[in-house]
Design a protein around this ligand. Structure first.
Ligand code: HEM
Length: 415
C-alpha cells in the first residue's frame, strides 16, 4: 500500500503479448487473469496493462494526463544503428498524428478530417463495390481459395492507395514498407532486423516526400491534391512535410486495420456455419456482424499512452512516465460494459460505445470508411457465396505484433 492509501500495482511477471501462446489465443490469456486486477505491470515489456472498459475510456478522454507519444514508440529499445538510419532519413519515433499531442496533432488532424466526413465516405461506396466486383470476379468458384489473399487484403489497400492517388505500380512496395513499419514499431525485432526495417521505413518516408513534391505540379481530384491545394493557398498552414506525414498515417492506418477487421469478421461468422447462414439469409444482420466483430475480436487489440504525471488508475498508483498498454480487445469483453461478453451476438444493441476506434481527440478518422468496407465486403461475399464454408483443419497464424491482429490466411470452399 502506498502512503496515500493507493495500492501498489500488481505484476504479471510472465505476461508477454508477443509470446506464441498469446498470439495464438489472447482471449484465453485474458480469461486466465484474475478479474479483479484491472491494471497490472508487465515487466517483460515494461508496460502497465489496462484491461477495464471504464479505465481505458477515461484514459482516452484525458489527453493531458495521458499523452499519445507512446502510440508508435517501438516496443523494444531501438538499437543505435537503427536509430541513426531513421534520423538520417528524417524519421522519428513519433512520426505521425496518432502519436502527437495538441497543438501539433491538431495541425495534421484538421485537414485530414475534412476528407473523412460521413457524407464523403458514403460517396465512396460505388467505388468500393466496383473493386469488390473485380476481386470476386477473379475467383474460381469451383475451388478453395484464401479470403485474405483474394479479398480482405487487396480491398482496403486498393481503396486507400487509390484515394490518395498513389500509382498502382507502387502498391506492392507500399504494402511491404508498411509491414516493416508494423514489425519495427509493434513487434520485437532483433537489432539486425531493426536496421533492415529502419532502412525500409526511411525509403517509405522518402518515397512519400518525393510523391508529394511531384504532385505539386500535377494536381488531380485525389486527396493528396486536396491537401496540396491548402498548401498552395497558405504554405504555413500545412507544409509539404506535413502532407507527407499525413500520407504516412493513412497509407498505414488505412489497410491492415481493415484487412484484419474483415478477416476477423469472416472467421467468426464462418467458424459457426449457422452464423454465416443467418447473415447470408438476412442482410439486415450485416451491420451487426461488423459491430460485433469490433467488440468481440477487434483488429486493433492494443493501443498505447504514456502518463504525463503520477496518477491513480483503477485504484493503483502509476508513476509519471508510466507506459500504458490499453487492451482494447479486453474492454470489449468487459461484462460491466457489454452483458454476456463471451457470446458473439449478431443482434446485440448499444454498440456505438465500443472503444475499438479509440475515443476523444484521436478517435479513428477512418472508422466510417473501415466499417463501410467491411459491410460492403460481407454483402458482396454472402451474395456470391451464400454457402461458404471454412476449409477444415487449418491452423490460423497471426503477425507477431501487439497492435494489429487478424488471420494471415483464411481458406474457404465455396460450398
Ligand atoms: C477498420 C478498422 C480500424 C480500426 C479498428 C482502427 C482503430 C484505430 C485506433 C484504435 C486508433 C487510435 C485512437 C486513439 O489513439 O485514441 C485509430 C486512429 C486513427 N485511424 Fe483508425 N482504425 C481502423 C481503420 C482506419 C482506416 C480505414 C483509416 C484511414 C483511412 C484509419 C485512420 C486512422 C487515423 C488517421 C488515426 C489517427 C487519428 C488521430 O490521431 O487523430 N483507421 N484507429
Amino acid at each position: 500500500m502506498a502512503p496515500n492509501g493507493d495500492a501498489i500495482c500488481p505484476m504479471h511477471a510472465d505476461f508477454d503479448p508477443l509470446s506464441p501462446t498469446f498470439l495464438a489465443d489472447p482471449f484465453a490469456v485474458l480469461a486466465s487473469l484474475p478479474r479483479d486486477v484491472p491494471v497490472f505491470y508487465a515487466p517483460l515489456i515494461g508496460y502497465y496493462v489496462v484491461t477495464r472498459y471504464a479505465d481505458i475510456e477515461a484514459i482516452f478522454l484525458d489527453h493531458e494526463t495521458y499523452s499519445a507519444a507512446a502510440a508508435q514508440l517501438p516496443l523494444v529499445p531501438v538499437a543505435q544503428e537503427a536509430a541513426q538510419i531513421l534520423s538520417a532519413g528524417g524519421t522519428t519515433a513519433q512520426p505521425s498524428m496518432v502519436s502527437l499531442d495538441p497543438p501539433a496533432h491538431t495541425r495534421l488532424r484538421s485537414p485530414t478530417a475534412r476528407a473523412f466526413t460521413p457524407q464523403r465516405v458514403a460517396r465512396m461506396a460505388p467505388r468500393i463495390r466496383a473493386i469488390l466486383d473485380q476481386l470476386l470476379d477473379a475467383i474460381d468458384p469451383a475451388a478453395p481459395f484464401d479470403l485474405v489473399d483474394r479479398l480482405t487484403f487487396p480491398l482496403p489497400a486498393t481503396v486507400i492507395f487509390s484515394f490518395l492517388g498513389l500509382p498502382e505500380r507502387d502498391w506492392q512496395q507500399l504494402k511491404q514498407w508498411c509491414g516493416h513499419r508494423a514489425s519495427f514499431t509493434f513487434g520485437r525485432p532483433t537489432p539486425a532486423e531493426q536496421m533492415h526495417h529502419a532502412e525500409n521505413m526511411t525509403a517509405y518516408r522518402g518515397y512519400l516526400r518525393t510523391f508529394v513534391a511531384r504532385r505539386q505540379s500535377t494536381r488531380d481530384d485525389t486527396f493528396t491534391s486536396a491537401l496540396l491545394e491548402i498548401h498552395a493557398k497558405e504554405p504555413e498552414a500545412l507544409t509539404q512535410e506535413e502532407i507527407a506525414s499525413i500520407l504516412y498515417s493513412l497509407t498505414f492506418a488505412g489497410h491492415e486495420t481493415t484487412n484484419y477487421l474483415i478477416g476477423n469478421m469472416l472467421r467468426r461468422l464462418l467458424e459457426e456455419p449457422a452464423r454465416w447462414d443467418a447473415v447470408a439469409g438476412d442482410p439486415a444482420l450485416i451491420g451487426g456482424a461488423v459491430d460485433e466483430t469490433l467488440r468481440y475480436d477487434t483488429s486493433v487489440p492494443m493501443w498505447r499512452r504514456v502518463a504525463q504525471r503520477s496518477v491513480t488508475l483503477g485504484g493503483v498508483e502509476l508513476p509519471k512516465g508510466a507506459k500504458l498498454l490499453l487492451w482494447l480487445a479486453a474492454s470489449g469483453r468487459d461484462a460491466a460494459a457489454f452483458p454476456e461478453p463471451e457470446i458473439f451476438d449478431l443482434r446485440r444493441t448499444g454498440m456505438s460505445k465500443t472503444l475499438s476506434f479509440g475515443k476523444g481527440i484521436h478517435y479513428c478518422l477512418g472508422a466510417a470508411l473501415g466499417k463501410l468496407e467491411a459491410q460492403l465486403a460481407l454483402e458482396a461475399l454472402t451474395l456470391r457465396f451464400p454457402r461458404l464454408r471454412l476449409v477444415e483443419g487449418q491452423a490460423l497464424e497471426f503477425h507477431p505484433n501487439v497492435s494489429f491482429r487478424g488471420p494471415q490466411a483464411l481458406w474457404v470452399r465455396p460450398a
